[in-house]
Design a protein around this ligand. Structure first.
Ligand code: HEM
Length: 416
């Protein structure tokens, strides 16, 4: 039995995440096959928590080397665009080693002071003042989008003048299926000319070009930032190639920006819908760590990662063939009642909370997880000090995508 809805129907995702269908599939068809239109060849959906973790762990059978999206790139496309996320061990292990030391919990704790100061500045500028019930404003534009890109700029050593351009290019890439965000829409337009660029988009090329300008300056005056670390790095005695640097640059800008923005914006939406949980956080600020994890579970900024089977295998009762595309739906696993008590309840004190929002069990576990946690925790803490209540002031507008749980707009009022 396959899904009763088309999980590649992006207009459906604009209306919301198909939680009900995922629940039915977890029960009746936990690893389900969907046909796709040519040139794609169909895919397996893995819906249960335990199966997702098992597939993530078994990298020999479930490979990342054909990419992590629904697209079917050729070998040449893949060679041009491959980032760390599209590699398997041992290549992956070598690339990961270059940056892993910069992203440990201890390493990112150094940024807490910076993130706190930055957040206060963003709230000073973005939160409407005056009066106990503010005018409506767009939380995504005023606040959520401002913090992650500035943190990334600091850590990577990017010039702040380019930040609006980074935000714009990153949006056009991650939302490459939304005609209201980009004019070159994957699945609608002929994107063949851009197949070698990130997200099969001309804006991927623009991001590379921007990265190259920055790299040129960085080579002249290196620092102790991540980009300088990448430029100094050696793998098997060789420096990274220009293509490797291009691709590292683009994955960092894309993975580190939009995802955290979604967690913050969708988190505030969750608190609009669960005002009791916001009151609870304000009354008990020490709950901020568990609240951060619950916001991450609930908002699941990246709905899935794709793998490709390297051999015939069995998962959750399904017979998977070598070469099959296998989609690990983290957004479904986060709602699996075999792992979580009452997963449908948004509970900021939930513990344990081994959510899948950063992946789990495999080597690709989000490199920026500690940084993202730090950002979400700092923003929640700062907001809880200033905002008594969030009130939805209009329809949130979702990005047209089955990959990201992004919001284009979140109209809210704040009560102070
Ligand atoms: C709430 C925010 C974030 C979420 C939900 C998120 C989610 C993810 C997920 C699901 C993966 C793939 C895991 C897998 O395949 O099993 C991933 C990988 C990755 N993330 Fe994040 N991420 C976030 C923030 C960040 C930040 C802030 C950075 C960097 C500054 C970052 C950098 C990366 C990188 C480089 C990878 C690839 C790691 C690898 O392949 O080894 N992410 N992230």
């Amino acid at each position: 039995m396959g899904p009763a809805v088309d999980l590649t129907d992006l207009d459906m995702w604009v209306r919301g995440v198909p939680y009900r269908e995922f629940a039915r599939l977890r029960r009746d068809a936990p690893v389900a096959w969907s046909e796709e239109q040519a040139p794609n060849s169909g895919f397996w959906s893995v819906l249960r928590y335990a199966d997702i973790v098992a597939a993530s762990r078994d990298v020999a059978t479930f490979s990342s080397a054909r990419g992590i999206s629904f697209e079917e790139p050729t070998d040449e496309d893949m060679a041009a665009r491959r980032t760390i996320i599209d590699t398997d061990p041992p290549d992956h292990t070598k690339l990961r080693k270059i940056l892993s030391g910069s992203f440990t919990q201890r390493a990112v704790a150094v940024y807490e002071h910076f993130v706190t100061g930055l957040t206060e500045e963003v709230l000073d500028a973005g939160l409407p003042g005056g009066g106990v019930r503010s005018e409506p404003f767009d939380f995504v534009d005023a606040i959520a989008k401002e913090v992650p890109i500035r943190v990334l700029a600091k850590i990577m050593g990017l010039p702040t003048d380019d930040l609006p351009l980074f935000i714009d290019l990153g949006d056009r890439l991650i939302a490459n299926t939304d005609p209201e965000v980009t004019d070159v829409v994957w699945g609608r337009d002929d994107t063949d000319a851009y197949r070698r660029f990130p997200f099969r988009s001309p804006y991927g090329k623009q991001l590379w070009d921007l990265g190259r300008d920055i790299v040129r300056d960085k080579l002249r005056s290196p620092g102790d930032d991540l980009l300088s670390t990448l430029l100094r790095a050696e793998v098997d005695g060789d420096r990274l190639s220009e293509t490797d640097i291009d691709n590292f640059f683009s994955i960092m800008v894309i993975a580190g920006n939009e995802t955290t923005r979604i967690a913050v914006a969708q988190g505030v939406l969750a608190f609009c819908e669960h005002p009791d949980q916001w009151e609870r956080l304000r009354a008990e600020p020490s709950l901020v760590d568990t609240a951060t994890e619950e916001v991450l579970r609930w908002t699941c900024p990246t709905h899935f990662m794709r793998r490709t089977a390297t051999a015939d295998t069995e998962l959750g009762g399904a017979a998977i063939k070598a070469g099959d595309k296998v989609v690990l739906w983290y957004v479904s696993g986060n709602m699996d009642d075999a792992e979580f008590d009452h997963p449908e309840v948004f509970d900021i004190a939930r513990s344990p909370n081994r959510h899948l929002s950063f992946g789990r069990g495999g080597p690709h576990l989000c490199l920026g997880a500690h940084l993202a946690r730090l950002e979400v925790r700092v923003v929640l803490t700062a907001l809880a000090r200033r905002v008594a209540r969030f009130e939805l002031a209009g329809e949130p507008r979702r990005i047209r995508s089955n990959f990201t749980n992004g919001l284009r707009q979140l109209p809210v009022r704040v009560h102070t």
